[in-house]
Design a protein around this ligand. Structure first.
Ligand code: GLN
Ligand code: ZN
Length: 753
């Protein structure tokens, strides 16, 4: 039985990768210096895997930005606007595609399947592909020459690559396949000539809802590859869920198939048991979770491996993580401030690699210790008070079979809420105002003890006061306090709730050099004391205009955290919802009667397979309702979501039963307005009227047009006017001018209503 890995995080133990990149972009290091630093990081990651004893070490998974961008570049898919002339793609062009330049906007970026990693979407329309370099070959050579590692080159497969690219219609797909397959063949032939044993070709698209027809195309592609390089052993790798067409996938003409036995456990295991596994192939068994941070109960994993071993001979079995380890932080080693009971049950990339090697060794030689150790460690946490808050568990579990609703229907509430006396097209913002250097410095000083809590609170109050005055001057209708006290919309709440832990260095790559450090939900989630009441009440005391209370919703907190895996996600969602309901009630009691519960991550929690959407939406929507249902009819519940693609989502939005929703739309206004056409939605809705991702100040005229356009699909008494999203990353001057233009534009439109 061999141990294998599918990919290793790029960022480094102390985010050296991010620092090198940002240093290079800022001109602090030269290109040669940058390349040297990157090589050091890359090699040290390979060395770590070698030292841990991994048999099949992935090479070529490292990147300067994103692996999909690397592939697009390798095939010469550089859009015309970057003025690329052919040949090797210069580093400046590579980064221009990733981040934009003075002359050309960046390529689009989007989520990699159901993860929080974002890839650069290749644009294929502009030119015919050619092979500009063979990156997997370079990586293979480097590992061999410098470290004596006989690596396993990794490359995203042709079908996944094409399905995730844009710039062509479905009719052009066959032609593109004909163009691109020969390039893959060339890459693979060069690898064969170099003496490569195994290559890992990633086709995660095969776990999505692909059709039988599409499977025929996949078969065609792999037949071509197999005929061209019959000696090279291809490990066709899938992850993130069970494959959609098991028999078709395992019978493709490849030497091995990698399946996810964590996130696709049920489907894949069932299929293996029912249909067996081809005797001439290697099974890459993804048994250690590549998406979560928990140490595995290795004795449970041993049972799984034993089951697989009864179907596939052990010589044909590789143990590996369920996916690339890109999605977990690097190492637990330096987390010395964590509660030891929590620390000992964490496993980041380095610890997961050790788990894989240990599992492979001990299943074969009958060792017992690692199995007992992991069991004991997990039992310690499971038996701790933090995981045994019975009242919370029972209250949360009760929502599984029970639904909740506000006491009156939306129509009844709408009548009652007329007492808010808002004008048609009410103007508001999404919550945060600019987090200036001053704000960030004050927070840092307070955290380091240079400011007392009292001084810090006073500073926050000063900011709130300033922005209440600004909102008065601009003439907005519904105010916010500005969220100056928050660094991050999930961390802020996690730090104030029971059951959350925070790591020092648990960073994962989100996109490019940007990393996030998700909170860890390890225990039962407990409301301890009001979290937002003080600031909201203070803000409301300064004005006669309504000030919206502002909290992050349960599903967003869940989806942007690492979540305990001993309970179903729905239970954890209900626990968070219950805690947040306490906050909503505390706000209401304190006189805050417009309350916004942000759910920007509701949509991104959707499972990979459409067939599983309903189940997710059912509990996710319920969690939102648990948070908000108990308020009085006059209390107006708002929510906010980022990003679009709402055409298949209006039903879900409706079921949230929020009185008002605001969504980010300015970049896709046409589509959105048409999605809301035909009276599909009756509740209050704010379609973002300008893009907050750029410092540009939108003109009054421009905003007016957007509002007029929105009015084609929406009624004047349901349509709210707001920017796309929070303004925390913007500067103060541009924010004030943009909002002033927004209010003026609204007044002009109101005149004619
Ligand atoms: N209320 C939050 C803010 O304005 C919403 C952020 C978000 O949608 N991601 O910052
Ligand atoms: Zn947003």
């Amino acid at each position: 039985m061999k141990s294998s890995n599918l990919g290793y995080p790029r960022i480094g133990e102390n985010r050296e990768w991010k620092k090198a990149l940002e240093g290079y972009w800022a001109g602090k290091i030269t290109e040669p210096e940058f390349l040297v630093q990157m090589e050091q990081i890359r090699l040290s990651h390979l060395q770590k895997q070698k030292d841990a004893g991994i048999d099949l070490i992935p090479v070529g998974d490292f990147t300067f930005y994103d692996h999909m961008l690397d592939l697009a570049m390798m095939f010469g898919f550089v859009p015309k606007r970057y003025e690329y002339e052919g040949g090797a793609v210069p580093l400046s062009t590579y980064f221009a595609m990733a981040r934009g330049s003075d002359r050309a906007v960046a390529c689009e970026m989007t989520k990699w399947f159901n993860t929080n990693y974002h890839y650069i979407v290749p644009e294929l329309g502009d030119r015919k592909p050619t092979l500009t370099e063979n990156k997997p070959l370079q990586a293979y050579r480097e590992a061999k020459e410098k470290l004596g590692i006989d690596g396993k080159p990794v490359i995203v497969g042709p079908y996944t690559f094409l399905k995730l690219s844009k710039g062509f219609g479905p009719k052009e797909l066959p032609a593109l396949i004909l163009q691109i397959v020969p390039l893959y063949i060339q890459v693979l032939q060069e690898l064969t000539a170099e003496g490569v044993q195994w290559v890992q070709i990633d086709e995660p698209i095969l776990v999505t809802s692909v059709t039988k027809d599409e499977m025929r195309t996949v078969l065609y592609i792999y037949k071509q590859l197999n005929e061209a390089v019959p000696k090279l052993r291809i490990m066709l790798q899938t992850y993130f869920d069970a494959v959609e067409h098991y028999e078709d996938v395992v019978n493709l003409p490849v030497a091995g198939v990698g399946l996810d036995f964590v996130h696709g456990l049920e489907g894949n295991l069932q299929a293996v048991k029912e249909h067996g596994f081809p005797t001439d192939k290697v099974l890459g068994a993804g048994v250690i979770d590549g998406r979560n941070i928990w140490r595995s109960d290795l004795s449970v994993k041993r049972e799984l491996v034993e089951t697989l071993k009864s179907i596939v001979p052990k010589e044909s079995l590789w143990l590996q993580p369920s996916s690339s380890l890109l999605h977990v932080p690097v190492t637990v080693r330096y987390e010395n401030e964590l509660n030891p009971t929590v620390k000992e049950v964490l496993a980041f990339a380095d610890e997961k690699i050790v788990e894989i090697v240990s599992l492979a060794e001990n299943v074969v030689n009958g060792g017992e210790e690692p199995f007992a150790q992991s069991k004991t460690a997990l039992a310690r946490l499971n038996q701790s008070a933090d995981r045994n808050r019975k009242e919370i568990q029972e209250a949360a579990a009760a929502f599984i079979s029970q639904d909740v609703q506000r006491s009156s229907s939306f129509e009844q509430r709408q009548e009652i809420q007329k007492a808010w006396n808002l004008p048609p097209l009410p103007t508001t913002t999404i919550g945060s105002f600019p987090q200036t250097l001053e704000v960030r410095q004050a927070r840092r000083k307070w955290r380091q003890g240079e400011l007392t809590t009292e001084e810090y609170d006073q500073f926050i109050q000063k900011e709130i006061r300033k922005w209440i005055e600004i909102q008065e001057d601009i003439g907005l209708d519904v105010f916010v306090h500005g969220e100056f006290e928050r660094t991050d919309m999930v961390e802020f709440f996690g730090e104030k709730l029971g059951g959350f832990a925070f790591t020092k260095n648990g960073w994962v790559q989100s996109y490019g050099s940007r990393c996030v450090k998700p909170p860890v939900i390890y225990g039962d989630v407990q409301f301890l004391q009001p979290m937002t009441v003080k600031e909201s009440v203070f803000a409301q005391s300064l004005t006669n205009k309504p000030v919206k209370g502002m909290i992050t919703g349960p599903v967003t907190i869940l989806n942007w955290s690492f979540v305990r895996d001993d309970l179903p996600r729905s239970h954890v969602a209900f626990q968070i919802a219950l805690a947040l309901r306490n906050e909503v009630e505390a706000l209401e009691t304190a006189g805050i009667k417009m309350i916004q519960v942000d759910e920007p991550a509701l949509r991104e929690g959707l499972p990979m397979k459409k067939s599983a959407w309903d189940d997710y939406l059912q509990w996710a929507i319920k969690a939102f309702r648990v948070t908000t249902y108990s308020v009085a009819d006059m209390t107006q519940i708002h929510t906010h979501m980022c990003y679009c693609e709402f055409h298949d989502f209006i039903g879900a939005i409706d079921q949230l039963d929020a009185d008002v929703i605001s969504i980010e739309t300015s970049r896709s206004h046409g589509e959105l307005v048409s999605a809301f056409h035909h009276n599909a939605y009756h509740k209050g809705i704010g379609l973002g009227v300008y893009d907050i991702h750029s410092p540009r100040v939108p003109s009054c005229e421009e905003i007016k047009e957007v509002i007029e356009h929105g009015l084609k699909a929406l009624e004047k008494d349901q349509f709210w006017i707001n920017p796309d999203c929070g303004l925390k990353t913007r500067g103060m001057k541009e924010t004030v001018r943009s909002l002033a233009n927004m209010v003026t534009a609204t007044h002009i439109v109101r005149e004619r209503l």
